[in-house]
Ligand binder design. Structure first.
Ligand code: B12
Length: 312
């Protein structure tokens, strides 16, 4: 391999942050600085979900390890062993306001590894996904929008920030705990002609953090396919993020049909997005309108029937 190629592959490795799926008790023990025997004892006590290989070795899903760390308060001293970004930032990442400022800079700079690190560290510091999405991710994008408006952030930096945000959300989703098969189902997405993709991805994370089997259907969905999804997947909650409405007259008719179907199917219809001004909302029927993810988390708690598994 030539020198240039070696450098290129080293750079690639540095930029690639991927939460691992399965690790050994020894790796977890090293990552949090405890003895392997303590770690195995916690596994045997059922504190950390464990699976056994065909050869009888214990393997731990990293999302289960992270869920344990969030509740037990153990600090990751060598997160890279679990495929997580290295902990180079001391306590700075454990505050929402500093996390937001650092994320903003990392997004503008196009530093993917740092973006993942900041958000995962906040998650490990026990902030909810709704707090992280409102106060860190969305807040950083408001500032990016303002800087774009006054020309201090270039169009490519804004677009690249959206790409990075999707990759961060993908990694965070993998770090969230597995959901039980009886967890309530939620699906949703954005409408045909709406180019805004971030909010719907965040809705999925916020609901999964609340213990919902939430699955984003993606973006640019015509109403007919949304109705089909509602019938086929039978969710308890159906969401739409509406940042742009193409044709108002068609929108109200189509939305009304969807709303009626949701009510027949006993699905809560939750909407949000900057196109839903007060005047627009007056002409729509829905279960809840949320202008923040914390509102969504509050509403989702009221829909969940008693006795179902929760992550709180
Ligand atoms: C990224 C971005 C884009 C990208 C989006 C790419 C992508 N893949 O998503 C693209 C390039 C498409 C774009 C295009 C445009 N953009 Co733009 N964009 C933004 C930016 C920077 C971030 C938007 C975002 O996704 N934020 C993150 C999400 C999570 O936040 P949010 O949508 O505000 O959602 C919040 C709530 O509404 C709620 N929510 C939203 N949906 C839902 C759904 C549910 C179920 C729930 C519970 C809650 C919820 O949750 C969030 C919590 O706070 C904003 C800046 C800003 N202030 O928002 C400008 C901004 C919205 N854009 C703006 C403009 C002007 C444009 C363009 C007109 C530019 C142009 N000349 O072409 C076009 C219009 C496109 C269109 N057809 O509408 C202006 C709008 C000004 C105005 N008053 O309307 C803004 C405010 C920038 C600015 N400061 O001037 N944009």
């Amino acid at each position: 391999m030539s020198r240039i190629n070696k450098n290129a592959s080293a750079k690639f490795k540095l930029d690639l942050i991927q939460v691992k799926d399965l690790v050994s008790p020894k790796q977890v023990a090293q990552a949090i600085g405890v003895s392997e025997s303590s770690l195995k004892r916690w596994c045997d006590q059922g504190l950390i979900p464990t699976i056994k290989t065909a050869g009888g070795h214990r393997r731990l899903p990293v999302n289960g390890v992270l869920a344990y760390l969030r509740t037990s308060g153990h600090i990751l001293v060598a997160p890279e062993i679990l495929g997580l970004p290295p902990a180079t930032t001391g306590g700075a990442d454990r505050k929402l306001s500093t996390g937001r400022d650092r994320l903003l800079q990392a997004l503008v700079d196009g530093d993917e590894a740092l973006c993942v690190q900041i958000v995962l560290n906040l998650y490990l510091a026990r902030y909810s996904m709704s707090q992280i999405c409102d106060q860190v991710l969305t807040s950083a994008f408001v500032e990016i929008g303002e800087r774009w408006g006054c020309g201090t952030v270039a169009v490519y930096q804004e677009r690249r920030s959206c790409e990075l945000c999707h990759r961060v959300m993908h990694e965070v989703r993998r770090a969230l705990p597995e959901l039980p098969a009886n967890a309530p189902m939620a699906v949703g997405g954005t409408l045909d002609g709406d180019p805004y993709t971030l909010a719907s991805g965040m809705v999925e994370l916020v609901l999964r953090d609340q213990g919902w089997r939430a699955c984003s259907l993606g973006n640019m969905l015509p109403f007919a396919t949304l109705r089909a999804a509602l019938c086929d997947t039978q969710p308890r909650l159906f969401w739409l993020s509406i940042a742009s409405i193409q044709d108002e007259a068609t929108f109200y008719d189509e939305f009304e049909r969807l709303s009626q179907l949701a009510s027949e199917r006993r699905a809560a219809l939750v909407v949000g997005g900057k196109a839903l001004t007060e005047d627009v909302r007056k002409r729509m029927h829905y279960s809840a309108y949320c202008d923040t993810f914390e509102h969504l988390a509050d509403f989702a708690r009221t829909v969940r029937p008693r006795g179902e598994t929760s992550h709180e």
